[in-house]
Every structure is written in C-alpha cells, then in structure tokens.
Design a protein around this ligand. Structure first.
Ligand code: NIG
Ligand code: FE
Length: 420
C-alpha cells in the first residue's frame, strides 16, 4: 500500500546523500529543508519526496492513502537514546527534599534515590510493571518519539534485573518502534551487600544470565562519585563485551569520575550526561568513536551545571540529545521540552538541538540505518507539526505541544484532532 503526505510547508532533515553520517562540529548547525513538499511512502518505507514542482502524481489513487499535513512541518521522529522508562512508583517526596536543600547524593546515601525505586520495583510484578511502562511509551510516541533505548537498573539483583529486561523485551514485541535494551545492573549498590560483592555478582552472575537469555543489546554502568569507580566500570564493561554487550555508559554527571576516559578506552558507543567535562575529556572524545550524549532535562531537574555543549560542538564533536526519562532525575520523556532546554541552557541552536535529537540520537542507539532523517529507503517514522513559522518555533514555544500527527511505519499512530 502507498501513502502520500501532501500540503507540507517544510520537510526538515532530508538527506539525498548515499551515505548517512553523524553530524559533527559545524555540520550540526546544518539541516536540509524542502519547502512546499510531498512525501511518498510504500508500506513502512519512504520511497520518494520533493518539492511540489517535482510531483509526478500517483499511479493508482484507489491504492493510495492520503495524509493531509495541513501546511504543517515534517520532521524525522525523535530518537531518544537514553531512558529508564520501566519503573514502579514515583519519587516526588525526594523532589521536596531537594527543594528543601538535600542533594541527589545525600538522598542516595540515606537509602532514597535509586534504592527507593528498587524497593518499589521488587514489590511490583512483571505484568503490572509492563502496563505502567507501556502507558508511558504510548505517551512518548504520541509526543513524537520514533525510536527509544530503555535501561534496566532498578532491579539490583538477578531476578529483578531480568524481570525489568523481560518487560523491555515485551515492549519490543508489542510496540511498532525500534527499542534497544540496556543492562544497567551497576546502577547502585543494594544496602545488604558490599560494593565488592555486588560488582562480582554483576560479573559472575548477572551478565552471563542476561546474555544467556539474550535480553540486552548494551551494557551500562553509573560511573560516578558515590556509585561505581572507573576501575569497577572497566571490569564490568570488559565482562559485558565478552558476552556481546556493547558499552553505553553514565559518566561524569556528579564529578570528574574518569567515566569519559574509561568509556573511550572501552570503545563505548556513547558516554552520557557529561556535566563534568573539561578540555582533556573533549580532546579524548574527539579522538574516538564514542558519542557524547547530553541529557539537559537531568541537569535542569537536579539543578546541576549543564554539560559544555557549546565547547564540545565548537571543538568538532557531534553530540546526541536525549531525555534520561526516569523517576528520580528527569521525570519527563518529552523530547520537545528537552530540546528547548538544550537551546536555552547550553546555548545551542534549534538546528543543532534537532540534529542531536534525531540523526545523532539514531547513531547513539545504532538505528541510523533505519531512522534519524528523511531519506529514501528509511522507515517512515515522522512528526507532522501544526502550522509553525519555522523550526526555531519548536524550542521557542517552550515545550508547547505543536505536534498534529505522528506517523509510525507509514501509518498514523496519533492524530491530535481525533486524539487517537
Ligand atoms: O540517569 N544517573 C543515574 N541514573 C539516573 C537516575 C536514576 C534515578 O535517580 O532513579 C540518571 O540520572
Ligand atoms: Fe540515565
């Protein structure tokens, strides 16, 4: 079946090149746009697009669905390469504690934080957990997310980590967007076990079991002050790699943790957070294939300093932007809101933020062959906005939802008019 999208004011993020590459340095501020456009989709794939002057008509109108963009703008769907959307319960009491002066680390030391979520998760059965996560994911797709990475890390023992990963596996089966699963056993050390013993449990018990059941694509470690050291991170990643899991890690959110160094050394796909990043770390990243992924929603919500995105891009790096959606440090998965924060707080342009949240995000979760831009042969996962003056309006409107329709695999997943 063919689908034609017509009446498009702008098609944003098109690529006519044969190769699809990440946007780095100055390229991050470039995005190709076609005005007054049309897009033709066959089944779930973009087969052609162009300006109305190039429109050749369709062979058989009876066999073509028409989607009217009503003079809206079309963008590739967001690629959110870092989330923790499988969790039980919420943590708004800690939000109050932080407002009253406690830090994220102090809350964690008192058994709150990740350990609080782990306790709630251990009391929640897989089915309930699945339904809570599925509800969140459905909402995110309606906000334009067309590919997502989801981490475990609130289980903190083999049984509950596997339970989380099985929920992610079920989401993969039941939802129409690409989902990547990351094993994050090394998220925090449970109360009843020493740090050393827990690291050895991760290496000797959890990773082999996760790999045996084929439940994860990536391995993650929270390499930061008060959580896991760079040495422990290296040992855990080494074991993950041996079991076929590529590293994609939390680094330098709370301090200069050595996380960027160990990520680069272990050839991690991405190092994420990076609030504490200096020139030395930027130089290292520039000599590597590791993608710096920035999560401005977390810096906002925990009131941290922001990662030096401007310096990174000006030094030639390509950055990805993601939400970090989780119950503790960023209870939002709205990529529109996150790119607005990225622009205002990290002084990056709307074009840089959109590239970070689409094509570069696609690379940071290895879905770049399928998604991230509007290219012949790629999957038709697209956002159709209401009529907007320019793409700058998206972050300018500060998280206002200007999405009219979301197309997934060439079909309408969400239409704001019918609310389905
Ligand atoms: O990415 N930094 C580590 N993990 C999460 C927070 C998890 C939580 O507080 O529940 C993050 O910010
Ligand atoms: Fe995270």
């Amino acid at each position: 079946m063919k689908t034609l999208i017509k009446n498009i004011q702008q098609i944003v993020g098109v690529s006519e090149e044969s190769k699809c590459t990440m946007k780095k340095g100055n390229e991050m501020n470039e995005i190709s746009i076609i005005n007054d456009g049309w897009i033709l989709i066959e089944d779930d794939v973009i087969v052609d697009f162009g300006n109305m002057e190039t429109w050749k008509g369709v062979d058989d109108w009876n066999k073509t669905n028409i989607i009217d963009a009503n003079n809206g703008t079309i963008l590739p769907a967001w690629c959110d390469s870092h989330t923790h959307i499988v969790y039980a319960g919420t943590r708004e009491l800690e939000f109050l504690d932080r407002i009253n002066g406690l830090s994220y680390e102090e809350i964690a030391k008192n058994g709150g934080g990740i350990l609080n979520s782990a306790k709630l998760l251990s009391q929640t059965d897989q089915n309930v957990l699945y339904h809570q996560a599925a509800k969140r994911l459905d909402k995110l797709i309606k906000l334009g997310t067309g590919a997502i990475e989801i981490k475990s890390g609130y289980g903190l023992d083999t049984k509950n980590e596997i339970k989380m990963l099985k929920v992610i596996q079920e989401l993969k089966h039941n939802f129409p967007i690409p989902i990547k699963a990351t094993f994050l056993g090394a998220h925090a050390v449970p109360k009843d076990i020493t740090q050393e013993k827990y690291v050895s449990t991760i290496i000797n018990e959890m990773i082999p079991e996760v790999a045996k059941q084929n439940l994860a694509d990536y391995i993650d470690v929270f390499c930061d002050k008060g959580f896991f050291t760079d040495y422990e991170t290296e040992k855990i990643l080494e074991c993950g790699i041996k079991h076929g899991l590529k590293p994609k890690i939390h680094a330098n959110e709370l301090d200069f943790s050595g996380g960027i160094q160990v990520g680069v050394k272990m050839n991690a796909l991405s190092v994420d957070h990076l609030e504490f990043t200096g020139e030395k770390e930027i130089a290292l990243l520039n000599n590597s294939n590791t993608i710096p992924t920035l999560l401005p929603g977390t810096a906002h919500f925990l009131d941290l300093k922001y990662p030096p995105a401007r310096l990174m891009i000006d030094s030639g790096l390509g950055v990805a932007i993601a939400t970090d959606y989780n119950p503790g440090s960023c209870p939002s998965g709205d990529m529109g809101k996150i790119i607005s924060l990225a622009c205002v707080k990290m002084k990056i342009t709307p074009t840089e933020a959109i590239n970070g949240a689409t094509i570069n995000g696609a690379f940071a979760m290895e879905v770049n062959k399928l998604l991230g831009n509007i290219k012949k042969g790629k999957k038709a996962n697209l956002i159709i906005t209401e009529e907007i003056p320019s793409i700058n309006y998206i972050p300018y409107s500060m998280g206002e939802n200007n999405i009219a329709k979301v197309i997934i695999n060439g079909k309408i997943y969400h239409d704001s008019e019918t609310n389905y």
